[in-house]
Design a protein around this ligand. Structure first.
Ligand code: URA
Length: 232
C-alpha cells in the first residue's frame, strides 16, 4: 500500500495532509525517514510519524515442511486432510503455499505469509529450479533426457515446457529438474514420453534443500540465510 494511504487511513489525517507530513520528513518506515508519499510499504514494515506508531510491523513466517503422502496442498478441503493440519494453529492462519505438490507427492513444501517473496519462487518467468526424485512404472528410455531438454508440448496450455534436466539414477529412477511449476508438470512430462510416475519427492527449490533431519510431517522455520537465497 502507498505510504500516503497508510497515513490517511487514520481518520484524522487527510490524503493532502499525509503528503505534506511525508514531504516534511516526519514519517519513517522501519526507522528510516521516507519522503516519498507514493512509496509502496508492505504490512511487514513499521511506519512511525514523529516517533508514534502508525502501522505495527507484522511478523513474517517462512516454513519448510516435509510433506507426507496423502495430504492436499491446500488451505481448506472438505474431503481430504490438508498440509495446514500439520502446522500449529497459531501459525497456520495467515500462511499460503509457495508451489504445491500433488496429494501423493512428498518432500519439500514451503509455506509463508510473504506473498512478494513467494512469488519469486513460483513465477515461471523467474525460472527457479525445482528438483524431484522420481520413480517410474517402466524403465526410462534413452531418449527421455533429450525429450525433456527439448521441452514437452502441453496441449491444454498450448505451450512447450522450458528445458528440463534428467539424471538417470537407475532404470526406473531419475532426478529431474524443472524451471516452472505447471499443473502436474513432471507426471505429464513422463506421460508424454509413454511412461508413468509412481513416486515423486521434491528435494529442492532454488537453493533451499529439504532438511534431512525433518521426518515426514515435520516442519521448521527457514533460516535467514535460506530466506535470503532467493534472487531479488
Ligand atoms: N509435478 C507433478 O507432477 N507433481 C508434483 O507434485 C510436482 C510437480
Amino acid at each position: 500500500m502507498k505510504l500516503s494511504r497508510i497515513l490517511s487511513n487514520r481518520n484524522d489525517i487527510s490524503r493532502r495532509q499525509a503528503n505534506f507530513l511525508i514531504a516534511s520528513g516526519r514519517v519513517a518506515v522501519n526507522d528510516v525517514t521516507c519522503r516519498d508519499a507514493a512509496a509502496e510499504v508492505d504490512r511487514f514494515s513499521c511506519v512511525r510519524m514523529d516517533g508514534d506508531i502508525i502501522q505495527e510491523a507484522e511478523a513474517c513466517h517462512y516454513l519448510m515442511l516435509h510433506k507426507p503422502a496423502g495430504f492436499l496442498s491446500a488451505t481448506l478441503d472438505d474431503t481430504h486432510r490438508t498440509v495446514m493440519e500439520l502446522i500449529s494453529p497459531e501459525l497456520r492462519e495467515d500462511l499460503h503455499i509457495a508451489g504445491r505438490l500433488d496429494r501423493a507427492s512428498t518432500g519439500l513444501l514451503i509455506l509463508t505469509n510473504d506473498g512478494r517473496w513467494s512469488r519469486q519462487l513460483t513465477e515461471p518467468r523467474i525460472k527457479i529450479p525445482k528438483v524431484y526424485r522420481v520413480s517410474t512404472a517402466y524403465p526410462i528410455s534413452p531418449e527421455t533426457p533429450h525429450r525433456f531438454a527439448e521441452g514437452i508440448w502441453f496441449e491444454f496450455e498450448q505451450l512447450t515446457t522450458s528445458p528440463a534436466d534428467l539424471d538417470l539414477l537407475s532404470p526406473c529412477e531419475a532426478r529431474v529438474t524443472i524451471y516452472e511449476g505447471r499443473y502436474h508438470q513432471v507426471k505429464r512430462m513422463f506421460h508424454a514420453v509413454g511412461n508413468r510416475v509412481t513416486a515423486l519427492h521434491r528435494e529442492r527449490m532454488g537453493n533451499i534443500l529439504l532438511d534431512d533431519d525433518l521426518a515426514a510431517g515435520e516442519y521448521r522455520s527457514l533460516t535467514a540465510e535460506e530466506i535470503n537465497l532467493m534472487p531479488d
